[in-house]
Design a protein around this ligand. Sequence first.
Ligand SMILES: *Cc1c(COP(=O)(O)O)cnc(C)c1O
Length: 415
Amino acid sequence: MALVNEHFLKLPGSYLFSEIAKKVESYRLLHPDRKLISLGIGDVTRPLPPACIEAMHRAVDEMADEETFRGYGPEQGYDFLRDAIIRHDFAPRGISLSPSEIFISDGAKSDTGNIGEILRWDNTMGITDPVYPVYVDSNIMCGRSGVLKEDGKWSNVTYMPCTAENNFIPELPKTRVDIIYLCYPNNPTGTALTHQELKKWVDYALRNDTLIIFDAAYEAYIQEADVPHSIYEIKGAKKVAIEIRSFSKTAGFTGVRCGYTVIPKEVTAATFEGTRVPLNPLWNRRQCTKFNGTSYITQRAAEAVYSPEGQAQIREIIGYYMKNAREMRKSLTSAGFRVFGGINAPYIWMKTPDGMSSWDFFGLLLEEVNIICTPGVGFGPNGEGYVRFTAFGRHEDCREAMERIREWEIYKRIS
Ligand SMILES: *Cc1c(COP(=O)(O)O)cnc(C)c1O
């Protein structure tokens, strides 16, 4: 008899986005004539940059020719891409890394979800709340999160609330934790940390011997000068941080699949007896055993993101989304809502009016103005009372949604 991994049975039943889809679908069935606008999903809508398309076409042609055909590539990724990453994402910021410290992957979700495999199951962990669900769920799967308590929190997880009251800047945990996940610029709140604020976390990690897993999937959206693009801009971070990046939001690769993880040679964890072990070779071994590399065609496309044309094209795409974000911030603010984020990230985090719950407001917005948002509580207990809007839609849709909200007379009714 095969026994199941019972930790999977502890996973919360319904996944946020399927719950939303269900509610939207039943509304659509009852009101087939209404035009719904989705500002809910976290997926890009602009097509791939032409530089990437051209690179992929060239790579496909190489695959068609015996002379240039490529089979299995290095599990860690091709040097042409690892070199381009170092040259463009790190060297200009004064961060020196070697190619062996970069691991190319099929995206940041896999890496953030899998990285826990090289760490003992009984480490304590800290997350910001609200949070990208992968960090908690992947830890539930291996038993690291503990058990679900009545307040909706996991017994072995330290929650660091991010709310309007603390301006979405999490407080350092009062007791020490072994592993901390940070995502900046943040999904779902759309907020960022300044250099000085991030430094507090690196200093905490150095003081407490904590490992930081830093998800920088939205790095390319940073607009403000004092927001660090990489955690390694902070002194000492190479000792305590793993950084994970993605081409998904940077260059529209959500359907192409490419990301990378940086594990500096200096990052270590301890054995139970106290011996320090570098994590880089462990991850290398894990990848070589369980991963056979990102496709050559995809890696050529990712390399093209760093060409002068590619850089100009991604700046234009990101500019397109950030224009949505600016208009949304402006419209929602003038409609009387309290909004956060949307300056260094393509997400707007909005307080519901009059203390309404996330799901109640989601329902009201769907029924009265036919707009789909994401209930904040789906990202964690401290997301209650907020909703998330994404700026990934088309301009026209975004503008129409904002017009509908401006004309919506919700405040007259609830007050
Ligand atoms: C979208 C997103 C990712 C990217 O995941 P991929 O697997 O690279 O598409 C990673 N982290 C966060 C917080 C995200 O929102």
